[in-house]
Write a protein that binds this ligand. Structure first.
Ligand code: AP5
Length: 191
């Protein structure tokens, strides 16, 4: 069992690196951003509320996200563990995840923080915005998302440092180079 929080600012490569981790380690994948975009596409009440926050580059309220995540965890019964992509994004969410997992006799084994500088984040997201159709991949919203990350999400780093599960990883270079660094952090957890 390996539970991984894949953490980092918008555009740091969480979704990209999740693919390799899922393949190599056979983990289930929970991306709160993907779930919210699905809800928006389906036109659900949650989707309608979430769209307002996402389009402004703000975080969806903790209560909605935590309930959504709890339902999702219950629907996944993967014996290998889970990769959490884009969650937790506040200290409140990190505390809630700890409670959810401990109720199931589990913990977050490792939190991987992909470290990428702002200039690179903006360049990556503007480039993706050319083809992704994502409503939040425009310069104004990208800058807002990065500010929100700094103010509300970066404090989660301190939470996992205190828990002893934090690993900072350089998130620049080729996708393969970064994956190699992530593997070096994850392999010992399975030994
Ligand atoms: P979410 O979908 O989670 O977006 P994000 O965190 O802003 O992250 P991105 O998906 O933009 O980037 P990523 O780190 O996954 O990078 P990627 O691999 O795509 O959340 C969207 C919104 O939903 C939030 O703003 C919020 O409103 C809401 N939300 C979601 N979760 C929430 C929560 N827990 N609480 C509250 N609200 C929540 O890569 C980016 C680009 O870079 C791609 O084009 C990729 O091809 C490219 N790239 C990747 N790696 C490299 C590399 N090594 N070199 C060059 N390019 C690269």
């Amino acid at each position: 069992m390996l539970n991984v929080v894949l953490f980092g600012p918008p555009g740091s490569g969480k979704g990209t690196q999740s693919e390799g981790i899922i393949k190599k380690y056979g983990l289930a994948h929970i991306s709160t951003g993907d779930i919210l975009r699905h809800e928006i596409k389906e036109g659900t009440e949650l989707g309608k509320t979430a769209a307002e926050y996402i389009n402004r580059g703000e975080l969806v309220p903790d209560a909605l996200i935590i309930e959504m995540l709890e339902n999702k965890i219950d629907s996944l019964a993967n014996p290998n563990g889970v990769i959490f992509d884009g969650f937790p994004r506040t200290v409140e969410q990190a505390k809630a995840l700890k409670v959810m997992l401990s109720g199931r006799g589990q913990v977050v084994d490792v939190m991987i923080n992909l470290e990428v500088d702002q200039e690179e984040l903006i360049a990556r997201l503007l480039k993706r915005g050319e083809t992704s159709g994502r409503s939040d991949d425009n310069l104004e919203t990208i800058q807002k998302r990065i500010n929100v990350y700094e103010c509300q999400t970066a404090p989660v780093i301190g939470f996992y440092k205190a828990e002893g599960s934090y690993r900072g990883i350089c998130g620049t270079g080729t996708i393969e180079e970064i994956f190699e660094r992530i593997s070096e952090a994850l392999d010992p957890c399975l030994a």
